[in-house]
Structures are given as structure tokens and as C-alpha cells.
Design a protein around this ligand. Structure first.
Ligand code: PLP
Length: 409
């Protein structure tokens, strides 16, 4: 008889973004003409840069000719793209093109990577967190229960609170797989070199593995705040890095990402050393048939002079949105964080209001869409996330609305 994977039933039924969407739709049904300021958006709001769109269409036309036809590509991605990534993103960091794996999204990469490890491996996740790390581990059968003693197979939550600048403390317990996201979604803060060195040292000492979500690496601006974990000494022995073209070049609708797995990364199991690189390669060969050629050509175009300039302008503009939000919210007297090396601003709710209550108030009274912090984890209670992907006019209108709210309190 057919049986379900019961671990799926353990997932929180209220998936954050669908709940936000549901409440917004309900509001729109009742208020058809009200202009909404969408500051909750986690997606890009600008079209593909012209040189990237051109590369995409040229590659598609090329595939329609006998000379340019393409069948299956390599599971790890075409060398032309891996070479460009190495040259532009990992120059002087000792990463080689065969340590780079091209894929169709950081979300799926981060969800699937845990397959390489035993269900008994303890995992550590920031709280609040981008949801995929926890959900994928729960679906695989790891428990979502909090643990006081780093019990095996359990999730160890790393609280990111206002008093520690939203930086998770290094745990006393052993954590096998450690998910770290910088610049962080949702808190918008990034990590400096000194702090990251402590994580690398911890991972070496405890034989743990750091899984670095660098989806927003292109937004890092502050000196001493690294874009890549491999800027930290010894990281190539303990860290895998996940990057995507989604937020750096507007590929959310195209799908292209990459992972870096250094060959130095080995784990010891039953007295034998195993290469993580080899295991992932084997897994990909069995389960993945590569990313479409035109999409990889479009990704390659991000590294041309023209492409670099065009996408830089887009990132600068999203960062300008985040700056306007941060400054506007601060002027109103709301405490907020992030938004310097990230498009996200993490805002404390006024008067200790619950996140969903503040969300409802913003939506119903001021037509502002935010994302309730508690949807990202317990520690997100009392916060909402605003986003610099919003249009400037939405940001301006929202700040005006919030200003009125502040004066009515
Ligand atoms: N990681 C983080 C932290 C994100 O915020 C997102 C998207 O919002 C992703 C990964 C997903 O990236 P991709 O579009 O490559 O799947």
C-alpha cells in the first residue's frame, strides 16, 4: 500500500509567503482601488539588463542551427561559465573552475545538499532564517525540535538577536552542518572577517561543515566585510559556498546559480576520508542534467564589461531603495537594522507589537506590504522585513504613511 513520507506532514502548514499573499489578496478584494506599497518583495523589480537579454536570445537562435545545436550539457555546467566565475568572483582566492558546479537555483542547491549526510548529523540554523534550510532538513527526517545539548539528528537553533547585532554565537555543542547566510536574509546584516574566522576555526576544531548562503554577496559594500567565505583563512577546508545570479543579475525567472566545493574538503567516516566534491559530483551525475545552454550564456554575459556595468547599476539602485527605507524609518523613530550590505531592512515593531499584528496594521491602514519577522523563526517575533527591491515611489508613499502613523500614536 502506498504510504506518505510522514516527515512532510511535520512542515509548518502556514508557509510564510503564501500567508502574506493570502492576506494581501483579501485586502485587495475589499479595497479594489487602493494603491499598495509593496515593501515585502523578495523578488527583483527590474527587467534583465540589455546585454544579458541579448546573450540569451542569441544563444537560443544559435541552438536552432546545425552548427550551434546542443544536446545535454555537462551536469556541472559549461566550462566557459565556470572559468568566468573563477576569474571574476574568486580571483586570488585559490578556487579552480572544476571546484564550481553550475545549477538552477541556490534554493534547490541548499535544499538538496543535506542529502550527502546521515540523518544523525546534527545541524545548526540561524533563527530567524530563510526557510529552506529548516524545511529541507525536516522533510528529510531531521527533527525540528529545539535541543539543549546538541542531541544528534536535531536542529540546533542559533539565535540572532538585537543585543548581539543579529550575529549568531558560536555554539558550545557540536554542530555538523552549519547554515550561515551573509549578507543575511531576513535581518539584512552582514558578517565581518574577524567574526567569520571564528566560525572557520570552530568548524576545523569540531570537524563541522559551513554551508554559506551567499545569495546577496554582490550587495556587500563595507570594507572588511567579505563577499566570499574563501577570503577567510582555512575556509577551503571547511566551507561550501552557494551563490546565485537571481539577486545579482535579475535571474529569478531564468534560474542559474553555482556552488563552490573545494577539493580540500574531506570528511572522515568509519576511519576513511571522503571527498565532498567527489560525492556531490556523483550525486549530480545521477540526479541532474545541467542548466540550459542559453541561460548559461546569459550568465556568462554578466561578466562582460557591459554586463557588469548594467547589473551594478541595478544593484546600486536596490541598495539606494534600502537606504531610503532605513533612513526614513529611523527618522520616524523606528529601530531598524541591515540595508547597508543588503537589500533588506529589519525593523523592530513599535510598542512591542506582534509581527503579524504590525503587518496587518501596515496593510489595512497604510496599504504597506511587509513580511512578518516571526515567519522566519521564533527570534523574528517583534520584527518585520522591508525590502529595497520596492519601487522608489512605493518607498516614499510608505514612509509618508508611517510618518502619519507615528504622529497618531
Ligand atoms: N538564499 C537566500 C538567502 C534567498 O533570499 C534566496 C531568494 O530569495 C535564495 C537563496 C534563492 O535563490 P535562487 O533564486 O537562486 O533559488
Amino acid at each position: 500500500m502506498l504510504k506518505l513520507n510522514h516527515h512532510l506532514l511535520k512542515l509548518e502548514s502556514r508557509y510564510l509567503f503564501s500567508e502574506v499573499e493570502k492576506r494581501v489578496l483579501l485586502f485587495q478584494e475589499k479595497n479594489r482601488d487602493a494603491p499598495l506599497s509593496n515593501l515585502g518583495i523578495g523578488d527583483i523589480t527590474k527587467p534583465l539588463a540589455p546585454s544579458i537579454a541579448k546573450a540569451l536570445s542569441e544563444a537560443s537562435i544559435e541552438m536552432g542551427t546545425f552548427l550551434g545545436m546542443k544536446g545535454y550539457g555537462p551536469a556541472e555546467g559549461y566550462l566557459f561559465l565556470r572559468e568566468k566565475i573563477k576569474e571574476h568572483e574568486y580571483q586570488n582566492l585559490g578556487i579552480t573552475s572544476d571546484e564550481i558546479f553550475i545549477s538552477d537555483g541556490a534554493q534547490s542547491d541548499m535544499a538538496q545538499f543535506q542529502e550527502l549526510f546521515s540523518l544523525n548529523s546534527p545541524i545548526a540554523i540561524q533563527d530567524p532564517t530563510y526557510p529552506v534550510y529548516l524545511d529541507s532538513n525536516v522533510m528529510a527526517g531531521r527533527t525540528r525540535k529545539k535541543t539543549k545539548n546538541g542531541k544528534y539528528g536535531a536542529v540546533l537553533y542559533l539565535p540572532c538577536r538585537e543585543e548581539n547585532g543579529f550575529l549568531p554565537s558560536i555554539p558550545k555543542e557540536d554542530a555538523g552542518l552549519i547554515y550561515l547566510c551573509f549578507p543575511n536574509n531576513p535581518t539584512g546584516v552582514s558578517f565581518d572577517k574577524k567574526y567569520l574566522q571564528r566560525w572557520v576555526d570552530y568548524a576545523k576544531e569540531r570537524k563541522a561543515l559551513l554551508l554559506i548562503d551567499g545569495a546577496y554577496a554582490a550587495y556587500v559594500r563595507q570594507k572588511d566585510f567579505p563577499k566570499s567565505i574563501y577570503e577567510i583563512e582555512g575556509a577551503d577546508e571547511v566551507a561550501v559556498e552557494f551563490r546565485t545570479f537571481s539577486k545579482s543579475a535579475g535571474f529569478t525567472g531564468l534560474r542559474c546559480s553555482y556552488m563552490v566545493i573545494p577539493k580540500k574538503l574531506v570528511i572522515e567516516d568509519l576511519g576513511q576520508k571522503h571527498s565532498i566534491h567527489k560525492l556531490w559530483k556523483r550525486r549530480q551525475d545521477a540526479k541532474f542534467n545541467g542548466v540550459a545552454y542559453p541561460i548559461q550564456k546569459a550568465a556568462e554575459a554578466c561578466f562582460s564589461n557591459e554586463g557588469k556595468k548594467e547589473i551594478q547599476e541595478q544593484i546600486d539602485s536596490y541598495l539606494e531603495g534600502a537606504k531610503q527605507l532605513r533612513e526614513g524609518l529611523k527618522k520616524i523613530g523606528l529601530s531598524c537594522y541591515g540595508g547597508i550590505d543588503s537589500p533588506y531592512v529589519w525593523c523592530k515593531t513599535p510598542d512591542k507589537m506582534a509581527s503579524w499584528d504590525f503587518f496587518d496594521l501596515l496593510l489595512n491602514r497604510y496599504q504597506i506590504i511587509s513580511v512578518p519577522g516571526e515567519g522566519f523563526g521564533t527570534e523574528g517575533k517583534g520584527f518585520v522585513r522591508f525590502s529595497g527591491f520596492a519601487r522608489f515611489e512605493s518607498i516614499e508613499r510608505a514612509i509618508k504613511g508611517l510618518y502619519a502613523y507615528h504622529h497618531q500614536r
